[in-house]
Ligand binder design. Structure first.
Ligand code: SF4
Length: 236
């Protein structure tokens, strides 16, 4: 296990929260809705217990649209693109924790659909922030090894069946995942505000030759990152 962190408090950008609430970026929260924002932020700070785990996976290779991850074969053309040069990976499990899901259910039962919706959306934003935090930390780790992280891909994304979720989770093997996290028969995760993500690791010298959408750092929002490769600066 190369990353095992509980009780994290990732920063949720208001712009991300608005996007997940399906509101325009320039929307101004007022009155009751502003109260919901304050409530969900305070609730999460007091009761949320988001966590992150990551394991290194060696012996990775693509064969057509199949990808072998240390003996576990998954099927995704988009993931396979990342393993043309990459030979190893880091698999991340991130969760907003079961507390938010329970609180959302309480709000639904109490006939408070707005608070239910705000809690669900904020928990989604927390998971996105956790993946971004994982990326930042793991980039530092990869740098010490002469490797770079390519943009992650997850079961359930376009062209990758959520049915592969159990296979990806199996890569944690006997490692003690903070949890609770369960892959249901449908492939969905419980708690539902959780995510598994595969970051391919490419040798530094070869990553620059990747297609534009896979070039490390190019679209990463961590503008002040100490490990940013300037040649790939945002928008370059
Ligand atoms: S800017 Fe580059 S090195 Fe820094 S976190 Fe983003 S992808 Fe990683």
């Amino acid at each position: 296990m190369i990353l095992r962190e509980a009780n994290l408090h990732p920063v949720v950008r208001l712009s991300e929260f608005k996007r997940l609430l399906r509101l325009p970026p320039d929307y101004e929260f007022e009155d009751e809705l502003a109260g919901h924002v304050t409530w969900v932020q305070s609730w999460f700070a007091a009761h949320g217990r988001p966590w992150l785990n990551a394991v290194a996976v060696e012996r990775c290779a693509a064969d057509g649209d199949d990808v072998r991850l240390d003996g576990v074969t998954v099927h995704s053309r988009e993931l396979a693109r990342r393993f043309r040069k990459a030979r190893s990976a880091i698999v991340v499990a991130a969760s907003a924790g079961p507390e938010a899901e329970a609180e959302a259910a309480v709000r639904w039962q109490a006939d408070e659909p707005d608070r239910y919706y705000f809690m669900e959306s904020y928990a989604s934003a927390i998971v996105e922030a956790l993946i971004a935090e994982a990326r930042a930390r793991l980039c530092a780790w990869a740098d010490t090894q002469g490797r770079v992280l390519l943009p992650h891909y997850s079961p359930g994304y376009h062209g990758w069946s959520v049915g592969d979720q159990a296979k990806v989770f199996s890569l944690f093997r006997d490692e003690n995942v903070i949890g609770p996290l369960e892959v249901m028969d449908s492939g969905m995760l419980r708690p539902k505000k959780s995510q598994l993500a595969v970051f391919a690791l490419a040798p530094v010298g070869e990553a620059a030759a990747e297609p534009a959408d896979l070039v490390p750092c190019k679209y990463c929002p961590h503008l002040r990152c100490d490990f940013r490769r300037e040649a790939y600066a945002l928008g370059a």
